[in-house]
Write a protein that binds this ligand. Structure first.
Ligand code: 3UK
Length: 506
């Protein structure tokens, strides 16, 4: 429809049918759809009656994944505002950049992590109001402003193509870019990937680690469950051991997390099981085949890999159940089309490596950045910056980030392919493969490896791992240099920062 408020579809609709259905489960208790609606309506009244929020105003949200954070998200949408959710780990400098870029006019923050945001405000030319939540009993807090407000609110009649949220990319390089998404886009991701690939049931309990500010988490923990009236387990701390503990304790059935987290939960899942878990989604990085296979062996669950991006809002290539081909990301999600392009933007025949391009009901709209827009979207195709091969059956095989391809002695080598082989070795916990400059070969392949406990970081292990790679894939791909480390650099969304390793090696 031309007029659509996604908050009404996700929240009001279910609350009007059954107020007592659980919406959010937390270690501290459950919020029903009715309770969540009441809170969101009260907050929407605070926003419009006390804080001057008008349709189109941008509201920054800061907090770990908890029900008040979600209630604020719904309240902003109900008031016709634009949500700018931010990662809990961001600091003053990054928050100040987002406040300026998104022209934020009000901030709502969990009081426990308000400090960095308050400091970001002090640096602004025109500081605006910062309201704290999860601070009941504190004068001026959101909870105190909510007292006495009615639990009803007339949702603003937004257009389907009014902006609902600005999501900043996690960006492995450079400053974060804002991407804009409409009310209809919020529902489109649920009606494509979730409905047709994930296929959840209303009695499912979703859970996962990504923060709401990462659209992978927003989809998996808020939009997908609430599209069908299901529940979501919200954990403020969701490191792999805590996530697994939460899954068992609360009977979660659907999990959204990164490939490394599945790998880190393996041992625990082998020993104590994975409770009632039945569906697992992995995104953010390519899912190594070794991780897919080990997880299936430990739990019986075939992980649903899917590539998505902040620009596209959520997952557009994926596969589930018998359609999965281990090692491949999958096929186009219904509603999307994708292909592989050469550098000139021409479609390549199946089997050739090139740039992944996609189009569908969602797409890239950078906030006030026409140059970047031209870089991501050309001829209507969204070009994600990933190198892929599509096979004869339509399956897409991830190779590398286009700028992570290694050219060594004239050979094209995809770092992740070498990583996947190393991960199959019992000694390897985690690894990253990069190209480092070399006079003779242009670049040589280098692996930075985190070893499993009890494995010696010595030249014997280097030789063992090199021989292992040479035996498994074309020998020219083996890492000529192997370095051992205690931990790999990652973004808050769990992405490996290969560029940082490249900088260190340079
Ligand atoms: C990489 C993958 C291989 C790829 C995201 C699901 O990751 C998300 O968004 P970001 O903007 O990064 C996008 C880039 O990450 N990537 C993501 N998933 C995969 N590479 N296999 C995968 N399964 O380079 C992509 O261009 O942080 C993922 C849903 C929402 C998201 N925002």
């Amino acid at each position: 429809p031309a007029q659509l408020n996604c908050a009404a579809e996700l929240l009001d609709r279910h609350a009007s049918v059954d107020r007592d259905r659980p919406a959010f489960v937390t270690p501290a208790g459950t919020w029903t759809y009715g309770e969540l609606l009441d809170a969101a309506n009260r907050i929407a009244r605070v926003l419009t009656e006390d804080c001057g929020v008008r349709p189109g105003n941008r509201v920054l949200l800061r907090g770990p994944n908890n029900p008040m954070m979600a209630a604020c998200w719904f309240a902003v949408l109900k008031a016709g505002g634009v949500c700018v959710a931010t990662m809990p780990l961001l600091r003053t400098r990054e928050l100040a950049w987002m406040l300026e870029r998104a022209r934020v006019s009000l901030s709502l923050t969990d009081t426990r992590i308000a400090g960095e945001l308050e400091r970001a405000h002090e640096a602004l030319a025109h500081p605006h109001r910062v309201v704290h939540f999860n601070a009941p009993g504190v004068a001026g807090s959101l909870e105190s402003l909510m007292e006495g407000k009615a639990t009803t609110f007339p949702n603003v009649a937004t257009a389907a193509d009014d902006v609902a949220l600005i999501a900043f990319t996690s960006g492995t390089t450079g400053k974060a870019k804002g991407t804009m998404h409409f009310h209809r886009d919020v529902l489109a991701i649920a009606d494509t990937f979730s409905k047709h690939v994930l296929r959840p049931e209303p009695d499912d309990i979703f859970c996962g680690s990504p923060p709401f500010a990462f659209t992978f988490g927003l989809g998996g923990l808020v939009i997908f469950p609430m599209r069908i009236g299901a529940a979501s387990l919200l954990l403020e701390q969701a490191s792999p051991p805590l996530l697994l503990e939460g899954i068992r304790a609360h009977g979660a059935t659907v999990c959204f997390t990164a490939p490394t987290a599945y790998r880190a939960m393996l041992e625990g899942a082998r020993e104590g099981g994975a409770g009632l878990l039945r569906r697992c989604v992995s995104a953010g990085e390519a899912l190594p085949r070794a991780t897919f296979e080990a997880w299936e062996q430990a739990t019986g669950i075939r992980i649903i890999d899917g590539i998505g991006s902040t620009e596209m809002l959520h997952i557009f290539i994926s596969a589930a159940d018998d359609a999965i081909r281990p090692g491949s990301t999958g096929i186009c999600v219904p509603g999307y089309r994708a292909c592989v392009l050469d550098d000139a933007g021409n479609e390549l025949p199946r089997g050739s490596i090139g740039r992944l391009a996609v189009r569908g009901p969602t797409g890239c709209r950078y906030l006030a950045d026409e140059e970047r827009q031209r870089g991501y979207v050309s001829n209507g195709w969204n070009v994600t910056g990933d190198a892929y091969v599509q096979d004869e059956d339509g399956y897409f095989w991830y190779q590398a980030r286009a700028d992570d391809m290694i050219i060594s002695g004239g050979y094209n080598i995809a770092g992740p392919e070498v990583e996947n082989v190393l991960l199959e070795h019992d000694s390897v916990r985690e690894c990253a493969v990069i190209g480092v400059p070399d006079d003779e070969r242009g670049h040589v392949v280098k692996a930075v490896v985190v070893l499993n406990e009890g494995v010696a970081a010595n030249s014997d292990t280097v030789r063992t791992l090199q021989d292992f790679v040479k035996a498994e894939i074309a020998p020219y791909k083996y890492p000529r240099i192997i370095e051992f480390t205690a931990a790999l650099p990652r973004t808050e969304t769990g992405k490996l920062q290969r560029y940082r390793l490249r900088e260190e090696s340079a």
